[in-house]
Design a protein around this ligand. Structure first.
Ligand code: PEP
Ligand code: MN
Ligand code: NA
Length: 600
């Protein structure tokens, strides 16, 4: 058993593994080494049991079908357990750390009975970083262990780099489904009771009851964003829900852009887009999370702490995201809750015309006449970043890349123009702080409701959101010169016409917006100064070869005073939630905006 002959002499790690084993009482302990052999063994075991179904049309690829009640992040069961409730702020669920530890200790007692406990040493970001960001996830889910193979740098190399004393984030995960002797396991064990708890003061994560994505792959949202944002607050950096891309112009000039968009709003598509305008090239560094730190040159640099993509499947195909398709085509990919074709391939809504027959995500026969979609709207592909054909070679550089522009974006049918440039850093922070979007299937709950989603981080800020805005302001002040800061832009690919059509074609055509962004960085792009910031004139946006009516273009770019008159009260009540804690410069931004809009 893994306790008598452990592959490490890290005393605090060993003590913690021992404690958890005593509490949860697993049948055996396995220290994950991250080897291809381990991947083969675990996937074979999962296939033999039936939790994974092979996808023969793609090499070394598998499909998991979850319990229908365990299909998305559970924001209402996500807790920030800071000592002081004020430190969790009004946007997080707070519970006292002692109370949460007591409650969850009760749930964890014996929760791994009949199961294997996997110890997964991992590192968020490059192992060559000055201070590698270690974590160890203890989990009783083999699905989680193999997913961590894809999403993180993990295994023996990490354990070796940790040595005997490195700090690491403790991540404890149990699906919460102990097995009695002789009891047959469920294909997707989980528990109706779910907790996704964070102890920011101790840099610890406790997750119980769910095996799904962001609830269970604890390096991702829980560590790299929630705990990461708290670390960033304390240490002077930013953990953000951002893609990172590298853009090369026809003249060969290179720019780096990050983009913050809520879940299921096209981050993966934008990160690896194929420009439709000649001569431009996009390469990918990350599609979901960016850590932003100042470099020695005084610029803000971004690095991706992840090692794979956990992308939303529906809507992804060769027309919308050819590079994601090429990435998964290479195999070694875990699919979750998608449909299976009769010839052993995967299928989901948005992949063109549907086959005549499928096995849907619940394992049932499906035909085009079936009432429900064949794939869950939040179904996913989990695939190694290294397989991406347009991966930028800097992806593994511990310094990351220097950022030229930050995009904030949401999914809004009205009000928000295609692109608006902020006047300065503080105005950019205001744009981020007031970002809003219609909810998607990426979290449980109602879809299509407009909510504020500051910096696309609403579900992921690990502390008081007002303090987080303040931290963004402080990061700007920390710049040696305002000129070195990235320019900030607010984009909306999702504005609709009165008859409900999308006004802007999106996907590869978004390269036209990136081109305008670059022209603005160069100080040449034309813009009109509107009350909300700088917007392109219809002529300044390159629409050559684009089949788009002039009136649609104007409507996509429009700043409509009536729509803004409806928007401002929503922003006011959003800001009011933070009381005195909201940085006063944000109130000043709002006041100035109201004045420019001629609003009382
Ligand atoms: C998830 O929900 O499991 C996840 C990884 O993130 P997102 O919702 O941002 O895609
Ligand atoms: Mn995300
Ligand atoms: Na989700």
């Amino acid at each position: 058993m893994g306790l008598t002959d452990p592959p490490t002499r890290h005393h605090r790690l060993l003590a913690w593994v021992g404690e958890v084993a005593e509490l949860t009482d697993p049948d055996q302990i396995v220290w994950c080494d991250g080897s291809p052999g381990e991947w083969e063994r675990l996937t074979a075991e999962l296939v033999a049991f039936g939790t994974l179904v092979p996808v023969p049309a793609k090499p070394d690829s598998f499909l998991a079908r979850t319990d229908p009640n365990d299909v998305a992040r559970v924001e209402e069961r996500t807790f920030i357990c800071s000592a002081d409730p004020e430190d969790a702020g009004p946007t997080n669920n707070w519970t006292a750390p002692d109370y949460m530890r007591e409650t969850m200790t009760g749930l964890y007692r014996g929760s791994m009975r009949g199961r294997t406990m996997y110890v997964v040493p991992f590192c968020m970001g490059s192992l060559d970083a000055e201070k590698p960001m270690f974590g160890v996830e203890i989990t009783d889910s083999a699905y989680v262990a193999v997913s961590m193979h894809i999403m993180t740098r993990m295994g023996t190399s990490v354990l070796d780099a940790m040595g005997k004393n490195a700090d690491f984030v403790k991540c404890l995960h149990s699906v919460g489904a102990p097995l009695a002797p002789g009891e047959t396991d469920a294909l997707w064990p989980c528990n109706e009771t779910k907790y996704i708890s964070h102890f920011p003061d101790d840099r610890e994560i406790w997750s119980f009851g769910s095996g799904y994505g962001g609830n269970s792959l604890l390096g991702k949202k829980c560590y790299a964003l929630r705990i990461g944002s708290t670390m960033g607050r304390d240490e002077g950096w930013l953990a953000e829900h951002m893609l990172i891309l590298r853009l090369t112009s026809p003249e060969g000039k290179v720019y780096h852009v990050t983009g913050a968009f809520p879940s299921a709003c096209g981050k993966t598509n934008l990160a690896m887009l194929e420009p439709t305008i000649p001569g431009w090239k996009v390469e990918t560094l990350g599609d979901d999370i960016a850590w932003l730190r100042y470099g020695e040159d005084g610029r803000l640099w971004a690095s991706n702490p992840e090692y794979g993509f956990f992308g939303v499947a529906p809507g992804t195909d060769y027309r919308t995201n050819p590079n994601a398709m090429r990435t998964i085509e290479k195999g070694h990919t875990l699919f979750t809750n998608v449909a299976l074709t009769d010839d052993g391939d995967i299928w989901w809504e948005g992949m063109g015309e549907s086959p005549e027959h499928l096995i849907d995500w619940k394992g049932r026969d499906w035909t085009p006449n079936s009432e429900e979609p064949s794939s869950h709207p939040n179904s996913r592909f989990c695939t190694p970043i290294k397989q991406c054909p347009v991966l930028a070679e800097q992806y593994d550089d511990p310094r990351g890349v220097p950022i030229d522009a930050i995009l904030f974006g949401g999914r809004r049918a009205t009000t928000i123009p295609l692109v608006t440039q902020a006047r300065d850093w503080v105005h950019g922070v205001y744009m981020g702080a007031t970002l809003s979007s219609e909810t998607t299937a990426a979290a449980t709950g109602k879809v299509g409701v407009v909510r504020r989603d500051p910096m696309a981080m609403l579900p992921f800020i690990g502390y008081n959101a007002a303090d987080y805005f303040g931290h963004w302001i402080e990061m700007g002040k920390a710049a040696t010169s305002e000129d070195l800061l990235p320019e900030v832009f607010y984009v909306n690919w999702f504005r609709r016409s009165e008859d409900g059509r999308f006004l802007w074609p999106g996907f590869g055509e978004n390269s036209r917006v990136l081109k305008w962004v670059v022209e603005r960085l160069e100080g040449r792009g034309e813009a009109v100064e509107t009350p909300i910031g700088y917007c392109p004139t219809p002529e300044s946006l390159d629409v050559e070869g684009l089949d788009m009516g002039e009136s649609d273009l104007k409507a996509a770019l429009q700043v409509d005073p009536e729509e803004w008159a409806e928007e401002i009260p929503l922003v006011e009540s959003w800001f009011a939630r933070f009381g005195d804690r909201l940085p006063t410069v944000l109130w000043s931004e709002l006041d100035a905006l109201k004045q420019r809009l001629d609003l009382p």
